[in-house]
Design a protein around this ligand. Structure first.
Ligand SMILES: [Zn+2]
Length: 137
């Protein structure tokens, strides 16, 4: 959803720089792969989505709060986003494309702690080189 996940938002930029520094290459703004992933790694057949916790309703995350006003409006919007994400996941699965979701709060935490960052990058890179079909960090 281009109005939600705009190009070059901060968390996306920092995350992809870490991957780049570790030698991974990707393309940006792919419009052919379902869901238009933020990063596309053709070499590994991996589509990476950087998800904002608020818009994509990260489970049990403090950033995925519901605003106090216009509750119906927000709930309707959230429901649409969540069902869209589910459809994207199904579509990728059907096409044999592997999917990695990186939550925004994970990136924030990675910025605060080098140890945590190394752990997540290790997990991420293991997933990229593996054959698993889906992962969230
Ligand atoms: Zn979150």
């Amino acid at each position: 959803m281009s109005h939600i996940r705009g190009m070059d938002t901060h968390p996306e930029v920092v995350f992809r720089k870490w991957l780049f520094a570790d030698g991974f290459r990707y393309s940006l703004g792919n419009k052919i792969i379902p869901g238009h992933p933020d990063l596309w790694m053709s070499k590994y057949n991996v589509a990476i989505f950087i998800h904002g916790c608020f818009w994509h309703r990260h489970n049990e995350c403090k950033y995925a709060y519901t605003p106090k006003t216009r509750v119906d409006f927000w709930n309707d919007k959230f429901k649409k986003n969540v069902s869209r994400d589910k459809n994207v996941r199904m579509e990728l699965k059907n096409r044999g494309i592997r999917m990695l979701v990186v939550w925004e709060c994970t990136i924030k935490k990675m910025e605060r702690s080098a140890e945590y960052r190394e752990g997540v990058l290790y997990e991420t890179e293991r997933f990229i080189k593996d054959t698993l079909e889906y992962k969230e960090v």
